[in-house]
Design a protein around this ligand. Structure first.
Ligand code: KIV
Ligand code: ZN
Length: 516
């Protein structure tokens, strides 16, 4: 029988450590919900002591996400472990994850401690954590560059102290598959109490070997793989969850291992993470890149038409990639639309269904065919429950090669009043954003990033949709927004307003909480 490998997803912790990938509370909750539906075993929700925002998001996820273990990272220090426990205590299944470096380099230069001191601290902190929580994971940071004999001693000590999972990270992405597999085998053969704990691996991708190292380690006896959606993570990222799952699935006879993950939810989860972080995958990214299932050359197209297996080792359906065109146009009913949403994995409230159906009708008026990808973009480009302090009412632009771009934007406020302003800028999008800034008084808001994509590359010409993503910052904090429309200035304005509304919502919530 196939061996079951546990998947520990760290998109919300290591993934969020990627430059420019920070997420707000609402985004993190949505990503956590998607990860739970995807079927991961453990969600590392954050690093509770790192900031008040991190603490709140671990706490919110611990309170609301069920059916999965929720972990919080902590250095091997009492105050970190206390913060993690405080944030996690309402979780259905909480896990304190604590770590300490064991490599000579880290111990001497970073920790300035002897190996004996590191050993004592690791054991003491695992005991401390175990007094609070029944599920404790200990990570030997920089394990792949640590002395094996010292590692065996630490692993034995932390297991005896109560660690139920021991993680052997390749923190700097230095390992080679055969060598890393040997390390796991040696740990299995040299640590007397190793079978009392789950052995985990956590591989970074600095040399592009994150997934290969994780799979080699699993073959050598690791029971848990730590990974992230879209391979996000520090520097070059972590091993990508979707690549691990699809390797095990596509080559099941070779690996003889499975996970609890429902592979048909991969594409949607990947999109959700891209939307939350504002970072899209490179087009040729394995499994979830836009080109992962695209056949460009004539020879390949011919082969695939004759028999898909000629050039396709897995089907787009197996990762949940939407491909069907909606047969329903502007005369289609609400029920059919709701069914399509459900097919795409979106179970929405009555109120949100009404909003989305309105948007669908508007789109169906503009486009002949509405594809599943259009619907996905529509769902991710709408504000998903965040109250809209500012709503786009209308805009007019005047732009050309021999004139300064001008934009007149009118926004509807929450009380129903409408405010209109005119502004100039370097092109119609810049002018429109400047007009919005004038209305909202947004001088402290900085536009950090902006990008625009065509939603469905298979759509021809005029009625394809533009999907815009923006990232804004204020006082060092970040918010993302997406917007879709057949008009690119409109999609850009929608994305900008999405991010602004998310920011205002967060600030309002924080003010209310601190007044209580
Ligand atoms: O890469 C690493 O070593 C880590 C640990 C904290 C698990 O992220
Ligand atoms: Zn890491």
């Amino acid at each position: 029988m196939a061996r079951q490998i546990k998947l520990f997803d760290t998109t919300l912790r290591d993934g969020e450590q990627s430059p420019g990938c920070s997420m707000n509370l609402q985004d993190k909750l949505e990503v956590a919900e998607s990860l739970a539906s995807l079927g991961v075993d453990i969600i590392e929700a954050g690093f509770a002591i790192a900031s008040p925002g991190d603490f709140k998001s671990v706490q919110a996820i611990a309170k609301s996400i069920r059916g999965v273990t929720i972990a919080s990272l902590s250095r091997a220090l009492e105050k970190d472990i206390d913060a993690s426990w405080e944030a996690l205590r309402e979780a259905e299944s909480p896990r304190i994850h604590t770590f300490l470096a064991t490599s000579p380099l880290h111990m001497e230069y970073k920790l300035k401690k002897t190996p004996d001191q590191v050993y004592e601290q690791a054991v003491a902190m695992v005991k401390y954590a175990r007094n609070l929580c029944g599920d404790v994971e200990f990570s030997l940071e920089d394990a792949s560059r640590s002395e094996p004999e010292f590692m065996y001693r630490v692993i034995e000590g932390v297991i005896a102290a109560g660690a139920s999972t021991v993680n052997i990270p390749d923190t700097v992405g230095y390992a080679v598959p055969e060598e890393y597999a040997a390390l796991i085998r040696n740990i299995r053969n040299n640590v007397p109490n190793v079978d009392k704990a789950v052995l985990s691996v956590h591989c970074h991708n600095d040399l592009g070997l994150g997934v290969a190292n994780s799979l080699a380690a699993a073959l050598a006896g690791a029971d848990q793989i730590e990974c992230t959606i879209n391979g996000l993570g520090e520097r070059a990222g972590n091993a990508a969850l979707e690549e691990i799952v699809m390797n095990l699935y596509t080559r099941k006879e070779y690996y003889n291992m499975t996970t609890r993950v429902d592979s048909t939810r991969i594409w949607q989860t990947s999109r959700k993470v891209s939307k939350a972080t504002g970072v899209r995958c490179q087009p040729n990214k394995a499994i979830v890149g836009d080109n992962a299932f695209a056949h460009e050359s004539g020879i390949h197209q011919h082969g695939v038409l004759a028999n898909r297996a000629t050039y396709e080792i897995m089907t787009p359906e197996s990762i949940g990639l939407p491909h069907n065109k909606m047969v329903l146009g502007k005369h289609s009913g609400r029920h059919a639309f709701e069914e399509r949403l459900a097919y795409l994995g979106h179970r929405v409230s009555e109120e949100r269904l009404n909003e989305l159906f309105e948007a669908f009708k508007e789109l169906a008026d503009k486009k002949k065919t509405v594809s599943d990808r259009d619907i996905e973009a529509m769902v991710s480009g709408s504000s998903s429950g965040i109250p809209e302090s500012f709503q786009l009412d209308r805009f007019v632009i005047n732009s050309g090669s021999s004139m300064t771009a001008t934009s007149v934007v009118r926004l509807k406020l929450r009380d129903g009043t409408k405010v209109e302003k005119v502004a100039i800028g370097d092109g119609p999008v810049d002018a429109s954003f400047n007009a919005v800034d004038k209305i909202i008084g947004g001088s402290e808001i900085k536009l950090e990033d902006y990008n625009l994509q065509i939603v469905d590359a298979t759509d021809t010409g005029a009625d394809a949709q533009g999907e815009s993503h923006v990232r804004i910052t204020r006082d060092g904090r970040t918010w993302n927004g997406s917007g879709v429309s057949t008009d690119i200035v409109e999609s850009s304005l929608r994305a900008y307003l999405f991010a602004i509304n998310a920011m205002l919502y967060d600030l309002e919530q924080e003010k209310t909480r601190s007044a209580q």
